[in-house]
Design a binder for this molecule. Structure first.
Ligand SMILES: [Zn+2]
Ligand SMILES: [Zn+2]
Length: 268
């Protein structure tokens, strides 16, 4: 997925719908194997997603029935998407992600579960052609992993490789995070035995290449890579990239946001 990132002043062709002015036409979307029902304003779905625009404005059954079934999408993922669809904002903190998605909180697996949810949300945006949504998810995922020097969970790496095309920028991010931050102590008992053996060959080869490059860059200080979420954007101009990097630098990751919120004793 090519993400055309923030900082651009380009206006989208069609005016954004607003809750007041949008037509009241709703689409019934049934999510997951239990067919959880969501009634979503059509104007928002078709404005932000090429996929829904095609399926709801074409000569298809979905358009006529005003109904779409997505049995392989999880409600937690769709909750994040619908929240973004109407607010154009992502949950700001870790606990807000749990609250908005309604993902159940398992204190032993919090980072693993939340990272997996973020990867699934990213994949949703990729599949349903909402690049802006995917980019915002990727930004948050990158920022908190970079801020904390975390390596991605093996099970999450395997899931991402199973569900994204080989050239996807999320896979590059996973390789970079692992290459920059992994050390032996990162392997703990929280991941099942033998899971390393299941790591995709493409992932391991990319890590090898990346680490070789990092070693050769050690000689040349100017070549040393400084990871930021912006490394995974396409920007048309240098100016756009600089603006974006500044914006990312000035914003907090969802984990830091969580800590400053609890320090000031505010809700989120
Ligand atoms: Zn950027
Ligand atoms: Zn942080």
């Amino acid at each position: 997925m090519a993400t055309s990132a923030g900082g651009s002043k380009k206006r989208s062709k069609a005016e954004r719908p607003t809750l007041g002015s949008a037509s009241r036409e709703v689409i019934l979307i049934e999510i997951g194997p239990d067919r959880v029902k969501y009634y979503v304003l059509k104007a928002f779905l078709t404005h932000y997603s090429q996929y829904f625009n095609k399926s709801l404005n074409g000569p298809w059954k979905e358009a006529e029935d005003r109904k779409i079934a997505l049995p392989d999408v999880e409600p937690t993922v769709f909750n994040i998407f619908v929240n973004w669809l109407y607010t154009q904002a992502m949950p700001k903190s870790r606990s807000a992600w749990f609250r908005v998605s309604e993902l159940s909180w398992n204190p032993y697996e919090t980072t693993k579960d939340l990272d997996l949810l973020m990867i699934k949300a990213y994949i949703f945006g990729d599949r349903f052609a909402t690049p802006r949504f995917s980019q915002l998810v990727l930004d948050q995922f990158a920022s908190h992993n970079i801020c904390n020097g975390d390596t991605p969970w093996y099970s999450n790496i395997i899931y991402a490789y199973d569900n994204l095309s080989a050239s996807n920028v999320m896979l590059k991010l996973l390789v970079d995070l692992h290459s920059h931050f992994w050390d032996v102590d990162h392997d703990d008992e929280k991941e099942p035995d033998g899971i390393q053996d299941q790591l995709p060959r493409a992932f391991l080869l990319s890590v090898m290449r990346k680490q070789t490059k990092m070693i050769s860059d050690l000689e040349d200080k100017s070549a040393k890579e400084h990871l930021t979420a912006c490394s995974y954007h396409e920007h048309a101009t240098d100016e756009g990239r600089k603006e974006c990097q500044k914006r990312i630098k000035d914003s907090q990751c969802i984990y830091c946001e969580e800590n400053s919120a609890s320090e000031s004793d505010e809700d989120e």
